[in-house]
Design a protein around this ligand. Structure first.
Ligand code: FAD
Length: 321
């Protein structure tokens, strides 16, 4: 049976996050040839609707309201429910992002539905779709099937390839108006820390430093390498606890989960809590002066050496390319 699948697109600073396009690809599989409906919530998101269609959404519904300028779970759940009630889909796909992790269980529980979270791959299509998700901090994967009824899933960024961007795709665009009331929180202003460059959770290359980096200044060569490779900088909790960098860079069980094409771990021992956030990276390069460091067990390439010698050598070689 084909399904109607609703996908929540995520906008940040006037652009859609990649995970929105990956979610459309996931929705296509779940729909089994049915309809994929993109949903955009915000205060000015209509201009992003075409992008969802070019990535494969059959049509897009926008909900605009001044209270949707910043994410609040109250505001977004009211807006999303208005679309849900109009569309009555068989399945809903969110990104496994900070927003998706907050909103999806709230809506799924409101609708007395289950939720398959943190999906990294989908086998099969339509009713036969099987969802693959990591368990035990990434040490194993389980395969889950939706028995029946409404299906909610969140997909981990950087795992499901988006469809090709095709500007010849066309689709209907409409809007739903909502009266957003009873907000427990109204966000007056968001003051962002200056975040230069690539978003860590969606980066294709991550250069992460640990306590072995030894100081805030020690992160400079890692930053240079990340910039050269078009990637983002990350860190272990050891490095964050030691004040070498901000907690927003922390990767691991209590930090961000990343799945880049290339993960370079410098001066990181490989504690299980760190590996929970990076062990599914496609290629892992570890640089550590201790040949017995646990990180080498998950590394595809291990370099036993001083990171302050190895990283400048890597930078020099990459600059020659
Ligand atoms: P260390 O374990 O001190 O390792 C430093 C490494 O650097 C060593 O292997 C050393 O050989 C190497 N080194 C030193 N100098 C050099 C050099 N010049 N060149 C090359 N190598 C060098 N940790 C996380 O990362 N993320 C989490 O989300 C997280 N969540 C946690 C949750 C809980 C509940 C708990 C209890 C812990 C959590 N931790 C987390 C902490 C985790 O257990 C480790 O303490 C932490 O990951 C260690 O960080 P590290 O590898 O940078 O430091």
């Amino acid at each position: 049976m084909t399904k109607k699948v609703v996908v929540l697109g995520e906008a940040r600073e006037g652009a859609l996050r990649n995970v929105s396009f990956e979610a459309i690809a996931a929705a296509k599989k779940i729909s089994g040839g049915g309809e994929v409906v993109g949903v955009l919530l915000g205060d000015a998101v209509q201009s992003l609707a075409d992008e969802m269609i070019h990535y494969g959404a059959d049509r897009v519904i926008t909900v605009e309201h001044p209270h949707l300028k910043q994410y609040t779970s109250d505001g977004f759940s009211q807006a999303f429910m208005a679309v849900y009630e109009q569309e009555n889909p068989e399945a809903v796909v969110f990104g496994h992002t900070a927003l998706g992790k907050d909103l999806s269980p709230k809506i799924a529980s409101k609708l007395a539905s289950g939720l398959i979270s943190d999906v990294t791959a989908i086998e099969g299509e339509g009713d036969d779709a099987v969802f693959i998700r990591p368990i035990y901090s990434g040490k194993a994967f389980e395969k889950v099937k939706n028995k029946n009824g409404l299906l909610f899933i969140t997909i981990r960024p950087n795992n499901i390839a988006p469809l090709n961007h095709d500007t010849s795709r066309s689709g209907d665009k409409s809007s739903v108006s909502v009266d957003i009331t009873n907000l427990r929180t109204i966000i007056a202003e968001v003051v962002r820390k200056s975040t230069e460059g690539v978003d860590l959770s969606e980066a294709k290359v991550v250069v992460a430093g640990g306590r072995g980096v030894k100081s805030e200044e020690g992160f400079a060569p890692l930053q240079e390498l990340a910039t050269l490779l078009g990637g983002a900088i990350g860190a272990s909790r050891g490095a964050c606890d030691a004040n070498y960098c901000d907690y927003s860079l922390q990767i691991g069980q209590t930090g961000k989960v990343v799945t880049p094409d290339l993960y370079i771990a410098a001066g990181i021992s490989g504690a299980i809590q760190h590996m929970a956030g990076m062990s599914n990276s496609k290629v892992i390069v570890a640089i550590n002066k201790d040949p017995e460091a646990t990180i080498f067990k998950v590394a595809d390439y291990g370099i036993v050496g001083d990171l302050f010698e190895v990283i400048p050598m890597m930078i020099e070689e990459i600059k020659k390319l």
